[in-house]
Every structure is written in C-alpha cells, then in structure tokens.
Ligand binder design. Structure first.
Ligand code: GTP
Length: 391
C-alpha cells in the first residue's frame, strides 16, 4: 500500500472483476462491508489501517465507539474536520486520507441514517460489529434486492462480510466458545464471512498451527478465501468492492488447502473436500448441481425454501421424523439446460436467485454448485438434496 505518496485516484479493486453487464442491475447504492471478528483478533487494528493509510478509497468507517485507534489516527494524521479533534464525543471525524470516521455508540441504525446525510462524501461504508456480534441479522438488512428493499437498504448495498480471526487463539475460541442455540458466536461469524483474515500470524508458533486453524475455518466455511495477515496488513482491495452478494466467484474453491510444504504462502493445489465436517454443530454442505431443467429448478427452489423457511428437510416417505436444519448462509451457481446462469445468495432465512446476464452460452460452466453453511447439514441433508437434483 502506498503510505508516503499522494493519494491515488480511486480505482476499483474487485478481487475478481466482473463486467458490469454481468451484474444484476443496481442503482447507486453505497456498498457496505461488515467487519466482524473474534474478541481481540485485530478489528480495530484493521480499522486504524483503513483510517490512516493512503489507499485512495473514500471510506466512511462506522465504529462501535471511537476507541483509541480512531482518536490516535486522528491525532497522528491531522484531522481535517472543523470539529474539535480532541473531543472524543464528536460523532464524525474527517481524516486526511479522505476517509470519514463515525461513531455509532449505541445509536445503531439511526447513526447510519445520519451518516447517509453526508452522502457524496464517501464511496464505501465499513461497519464494525462487536467481537460478540452475530453479523447475520445486520447483513440481512442490506443485502436485499433493491426492488424489495425499504428504508436504509434502498441506499446501501451489502458488499461483503469480513471476519478477523486470531491466528493464535482462534482455534481455541472456535472449539470452546459458549453456544447460543448450539452454535457459538465465533462459528456464526465464520459461517457468515465472505472473506477471512487470519491475523496475528507473527505470533503463531508454527506453520502447522496456522494450517490447522485454516483447516478448521474451511471446514465450517469452504467458500470464503482466507488471507494471512500480521497487524491486519492487507491490501484493502481484497476486502472491499468484492461484490460477494452479486458474484459467487469463490465457489470454485472447493477443498482444503494442502498442507504447505515450505514457506508461508499458500499452495494452489487442493485436496478433495471431505463429505461432511462438523464443529460444534456447524457444518457445510457442498454439492455439484448438474444443468437444471425447468422442473428440476423449481424442485430445487422448493427444497431451498423448505430448508430456509421451515428449517427442516422435506418429508421422506420412508420416515415420519422431522429432520431440523438451520442455514446461516448459502450461495449457489446454477446453470440451466437452456443455457442460462443463476446466482443464489442467502443469509439466514432470506434468499435471492437472480439471473446472470451477459455471459454467452459457451462461457457457461458445465455444472453449478450449491454451498450451505449451518446446522443439521449431514448425510441425510445431502441425500435429500441429491434426490431433488435427480441423482
Ligand atoms: N503481535 C500482533 N499483535 C496484534 C496484531 N494485530 C493486533 N494486535 C494487537 O492485539 C491487540 C488487540 O487488537 P485489536 O485490533 O484491538 O483487536 P479487536 O478485535 O479490535 O479487539 P476487541 O474490539 O476487543 O474485540 C492490540 O494490542 C493490537 O495492537 C498482530 O497481527 N500481531
């Protein structure tokens, strides 16, 4: 990142650039990135980077409250706000790198509305959640299609959820955290994440320790890329403008990373994903979806609705028992036998399936994919889904 030079022109750093013609039509909604993460994992350190480095983005950062990081950032880089920089009670600080820092304290949505009064002063919103927060409910406010959206979600669109995980204590936290509804908060955060920062790698004892934590994370959420960081040092372009609710590029990541042979970099070869992996009740289910006939597409959507809305598998003739399911996040890419491509995105019980426009038939993948993350996604769920898909 350019720390010393002039502020560069704002450019789009999408991880996988997508031609605008391929994106569902959206108006000028402001993209919002939610930062979640384990207690002490490095969320504030990441925000401080965003507020101080000359990355070229005009980001409004909404913090739970002005912690030390915002105030020290303001002091070290000359706050340009007319407001008194020393006053910690101020709600907005304009920073020299073009970013805006905003404290929501306990004001919640009202503060975001207040921020939107300054629309035009920023191009992106980064919203911090507390270390104990489940990002699912707040994510579901902003991800909806504009035609169905009301209030704030008409002005803001969810870009992605970033989860910061402690490379040293993260594994222990995941294995031990107190569970609500049988699912701990740290696992909910991983389940809902579109990008994961494995931070504090400088503190890890060994490559094996890092690898085992990554393995655990990927077992819970196989679709989120993991970036290793020290002091949250990440190219901002890897965490914002990722269009995680518009594209499903990361669905191609379908296996655990192979154990690194040397050095800290990831190898790119992948080992097959195990059929079922579970940690404290949370697991993921991935299936390849063959090209769908209209009838199969309809059956698949009915299956998704049953699972998301009724939280159970469709009844099987062979058994009267109810198989309960709780989906926290789902993503899918479907192709039809008539050469169309659709993307599924879902957060908790809400989902949306939209057609991808602009890709010619030859560019279509030969099969689609569905990833579900949540509870009860066991072999019975896999079999039920495969039955719907006509296996
Ligand atoms: N060694 C090392 N220390 C780090 C790193 N990242 C953050 N820290 C330190 O870890 C402590 C916690 O970091 P924060 O950024 O405050 O973590 P947080 O997630 O905001 O914490 P909470 O808001 O309490 O959940 C601070 O003292 C940081 O300076 C890192 O990569 N390596």
């Amino acid at each position: 990142m350019d720390v010393d030079g002039d502020i560069p022109t704002l450019i789009d750093h999408s991880v996988q650039p997508v031609a605008s013609s391929e994106l569902p039509q959206e108006s000028q909604r402001i993209p919002c990135t939610i930062i979640s993460g384990f207690l002490g994992a490095g969320k504030s350190t990441l925000l401080k980077r965003i507020l101080t480095e000359r990355h070229g983005y005009r980001i409004a950062v909404i913090m739970n409250e002005f912690g030390d990081s915002a105030v020290s950032a303001a002091k070290t880089i000359n706050v340009t706000s007319k407001d008194d920089p020393a006053a910690q009670s101020e709600e907005f600080l304009e920073l020299a790198n073009g970013c805006l820092c905003c404290s929501i304290k306990d004001a919640g949505i009202a503060a975001i509305e207040k921020l939107m009064e300054r629309k035009g002063a920023f191009d992106h919103i980064v919203l911090e959640t507390t270390g104990l927060a489940d990002p699912g409910p707040i994510a579901s406010i902003f991800w909806q299609n504009e035609e169905y959206s009301v209030g704030l979600s008409r002005e803001i669109i969810l870009d992605g959820v970033v989860c910061v995980v402690d490379a040293v204590f993260g594994r222990k936290q995941m294995e031990e955290d107190h569970s609500v509804d049988g699912i701990g908060e740290s696992l909910r955060q991983i389940a809902c994440a579109d990008v994961i920062l494995l931070n504090k790698i400088d503190m890890a004892q060994s490559e094996d320790e890092l690898y085992e934590t990554e393995r655990l994370i990927q077992g819970v959420n196989p679709s989120a890329p993991i970036h290793r960081t020290a002091h949250a040092n990440i190219d901002i372009g890897r965490i914002i403008n990722i269009n995680a609710y518009v594209t499903v590029d990361h669905l191609s990541v379908d296996g655990f990373r192979e154990r690194p042979r040397n050095g800290p970099d990831y190898p790119h070869d992948l080992t097959p994903h195990p059929k079922h992996y579970e940690l404290r009740g949370i697991s993921s289910l991935q299936v390849t979806v063959p090209p769908l006939s209209p009838c199969n597409f309809e059956r698949l959507e009915e299956w998704i609705q049953r699972v998301l809305w009724d939280e159970e598998l469709p009844k099987d003739n062979s058994s009267d028992s109810i198989h309960q399911i709780k989906v926290l996040r789902c993503k899918g890419l479907f192709v039809t036998d008539t050469g169309k491509e659709y993307i599924l995105q879902g957060v908790q019980s809400m989902y949306d399936i939209s057609e991808v426009n602009g890709r010619d038939v030859q560019g279509l993948p030969s099969a689609g994919k569905l990833v579900l993350i949540g509870k009860g996604l066991d072999e019975a769920a896999r079999m039920s889904l495969l039955k719907v898909l006509g296996d």
